[in-house]
Design a protein around this ligand. Structure first.
Ligand SMILES: Cc1cc2nc3c(=O)[nH]c(=O)nc-3n(C[C@H](O)[C@H](O)[C@H](O)COP(=O)(O)OP(=O)(O)OC[C@H]3O[C@@H](n4cnc5c(N)ncnc54)[C@H](O)[C@@H]3O)c2cc1C
Length: 465
């Protein structure tokens, strides 16, 4: 047992189970303080996440009190300035779990070097991932660029080294405060209160994540491979914001899944696999966070069109499935994966707007935003990513709607002005000539671009590169 204080830097780990940094700190110290660093600037461009983090801090703080551990929130401009100040104290050891984003990994190196020089004890643990990104490589030592062989190897690698039994957090005898400048989570509210409505829909906590997982495994996983494509059906787990903020560890998901002998398990774990693959990609090819993975897209003739971009964001493009998706995102902070692909494709191919604009908008609006999945998801859609959908395969928003929202239920839920439109026209309301049902251009916009024309324009733009 060490005599000094154990500090735990909380990042994306709002859980007790499999929180290795926290478990180790309570094993080694009689007094532990968990701290969260809040950079206001970062959250100004991640408003949805600001809401989730604020609620998570509130929940987690209550949970930690039982263990006699304080959770302290400190506002800082940069992580470096906070730690430079902290280095002046010496009466602590420090623990944290890895976040698999290149900036965090780089900062871990800076921090480790300084802590070592100052002879302050520290320990870094595996974060919310199955395999460390450098563990899964091709035989020649290079990183995988294609998903299928990556996942075949990653799955095998992980199942052969599944960790031993979980350790638990120890309840401590005394609770202490460490940072004089800590603040209350209520001070983290942003000026824009658009995200306040999420409180009716989402309940960010570790307990809730486990409940959602169990409900999904009991009722939905057997049909997952099929139903995951239909946005009106609750076919997926909706665990993504919980995974992003670490309310559930992907190892827990894996463990619960492999207990089942069920057809959907393989497909579901493969989606967790895509998340692993994306984390591997951004760490091995970190330049893709700033630009195209495939360099030939650097010359792509993107267009700037603020009118189109605004219509896309507001769900007013005149293409019902696109508008429904964008409105689902605005209203709930989440969008179904099939629809993310459709709206993404529409932005980059029909409107020829750079995927980075869409990426930025999603970053601000998604509760599950994470750098790896968002950047890779957008580059997959745009055709410039690793193992991406080819650019020339252009989603037809009418056919996509007719295939995955056959009865138009999803569209009618999010675009209520189309409620009375008959099924036959729900994905192409411009063909409906009955103005008593819908006055196009008045009740609902005319399509901002013509599908066929936009398609050929996109293909000729692609030919230029
Ligand atoms: C343009 C675009 C942007 C995206 N941005 C994000 C993002 O910022 N954050 C994010 O978590 N996902 C992102 N995705 C991936 C995917 O849409 C979401 O993970 C999924 O919709 C979350 O819903 P769910 O939890 O019900 O998924 P489920 O189908 O239940 O899958 C379980 C988990 O597997 C992972 N997963 C599922 N699908 C994918 C996928 N295609 N790629 C990577 N991981 C996946 C997620 O962690 C998910 O929670 C993006 C996809 C696209 C096309």
């Amino acid at each position: 047992m060490l005599r000094n204080i154990g500090l735990v830097w909380l990042r994306d780990d709002f859980r007790l189970k499999k929180n290795l940094a926290l478990i180790e700190a309570t094993k080694n110290h009689q007094q532990v303080v968990v701290f969260f660093l809040y950079k206001k600037k970062k959250f100004e461009n991640q408003e949805a996440q600001n809401w989730w983090v604020r609620r998570s801090l509130e929940e987690f703080k209550k949970k930690l009190i039982y263990f006699n551990i304080n959770l302290e929130i400190i506002k800082t401009e940069t992580y470096k300035s906070f730690f430079d100040h902290l280095f002046l104290k010496k009466n602590f050891s420090i623990y944290w779990n890895r976040v698999y984003e290149p900036d965090y990994i780089k900062f871990d190196q800076y921090l480790s070097k300084n802590l070592r020089e100052k002879k302050i004890k520290f320990n870094i643990f595996k974060g919310n991932i199955l395999n460390e990104y450098h563990e899964v490589k091709k035989n020649d030592g290079s990183p995988f660029k294609v998903f299928t062989p990556y996942w075949r190897n990653a799955e095998k690698f992980y199942s052969e080294k599944i960790p031993k039994k979980d350790k638990n957090i120890k309840k401590l005898k005394t609770k202490i405060s460490f940072f004089k400048n800590s603040i209350n989570e209520s001070e983290l509210a942003l000026k824009n209160n658009w995200s306040n409505k999420f409180k009716e829909i989402w309940f960010p906590s570790e307990e809730r994540a486990l409940i959602e997982l169990k409900k999904f495994l009991k009722a939905r996983i057997s049909n997952y491979s099929e139903s995951r494509n239909f946005p009106y059906t609750l076919g997926t787990s909706k665990l993504s914001p919980f995974i992003k903020h670490g309310q559930i560890h992907v190892e827990t998901i894996w463990e619960e899944c492999i207990k089942l002998k069920n057809a959907g398990v393989g497909k579901f774990l493969a989606e967790i696999g895509w998340r692993e693959f994306n984390h591997s990609l951004i760490n091995h090819f970190s330049y893709m966070l700033k630009g195209n993975y495939s360099k030939k897209f650097d010359n792509f003739p993107w267009e700037k069109n603020s009118k189109f971009f605004k219509a896309w964001k507001q769900g007013l493009t005149g293409y019902p499935i696109v508008d429904a998706g964008m409105r689902e995102l605005y209203s709930t902070g989440w969008m179904h994966n099939r629809v993310r692909m459709i709206v993404g494709s529409f932005l980059v191919k029909h409107l020829l707007i750079n995927w980075k604009e869409g990426e930025k908008y999603f970053k601000n609006s998604l509760l599950d935003y994470n750098e790896a999945n968002n950047v890779s998801g957008w580059q997959w859609v745009a055709g410039c990513g690793a193992d991406a959908a080819p650019y020339f395969r252009i989603f037809n928003p009418i056919l996509q709607g007719e295939k995955f929202d056959k009865d138009g239920e999803y569209v009618k839920k999010w675009v209520p002005e189309l409620k009375k439109v008959p099924k036959k026209f729900i994905h192409k309301p411009w063909e409906l000539k009955d103005v008593n049902i819908l006055k196009l251009g008045f009740d609902y916009p005319l399509p901002i671009v013509n599908h066929e024309q936009a398609r050929s324009k996109a293909l000729s733009a692609f030919k230029k590169i």
